[in-house]
Design a protein around this ligand. Structure first.
Ligand code: IMP
Length: 178
């Protein structure tokens, strides 16, 4: 399936399931080496990161824990509203722990910035970010330790990423064609 039509908009395949899983294995190898001897907490940012997180953690070979944060989302829009709110906090204490924030996509970077401000005052041992996709915007210099794929500034769906809450279950990642 190389293109999908949704309400008159056409989405075309950007990354196949096989390409995504191959890249996740590579990232997981690096993470497993970097966290050797530690027990990091993988913190999935709901809802989009759920699918990436579940594939990623099963490829990581060090002991780990999983927790989730939920932030307010784009709603039905294709662009960031510019404001972020916390809808669900950590369930565990993160003081002294190694925190790996797991995102599906970093776009404006506002969500990551918000999470770091939430996390740092709680004195974790370390905070790193892994994102499957990173929208490259030349004016930004975000500090993201692990990136699956750099992509242009385009709207994408599938593999956890939604369009009005739907299409998260597509196995590949699709871009909106102009
Ligand atoms: P940021 O705060 O602008 O970096 O946006 C992060 C969040 O926006 C992601 O976790 C996604 O939920 C959502 N998002 C950003 N770009 C897209 C996209 O192209 N498709 C679907 N969701 C997106």
């Amino acid at each position: 399936m190389n293109t999908i039509s949704i309400n008159g908009e056409v989405f075309s395949l950007m990354f196949s399931e096989a390409e995504i899983l191959r890249r996740i294995k590579e990232i997981a190898r690096t993470i497993s080496t970097d966290y050797l001897g530690k027990t990091p907490i993988f913190v999935g940012v709901l809802n989009g990161a759920v699918i990436f997180l579940s594939d990623l953690v099963r490829e990581v070979t060090v002991d780990l824990e999983v927790d989730f944060l939920k932030l307010s989302s784009y709603g039905d829009e294709k662009f960031s509203s510019g404001s972020v709110k916390l809808l669900k906090d950590f369930d565990v204490h993160i003081g002294g722990r190694d925190i790996l924030i797991v995102e599906d996509i970093v776009d404006t970077g506002l969500s990551i910035e918000f999470i770091k401000k939430l996390v740092f005052p709680r004195n974790p041992a370390s905070v790193k970010v892994v994102t499957l996709l990173h929208k490259k915007k030349s004016q930004q210099n975000q500090n993201i330790e692990y990136v699956g794929f750099e992509i242009p500034d385009e709207f994408v769906i599938g593999y956890g990423l939604d369009h009005s809450q739907k299409y998260r279950n597509l196995r590949g990642i699709y871009r909106l064609t102009k």
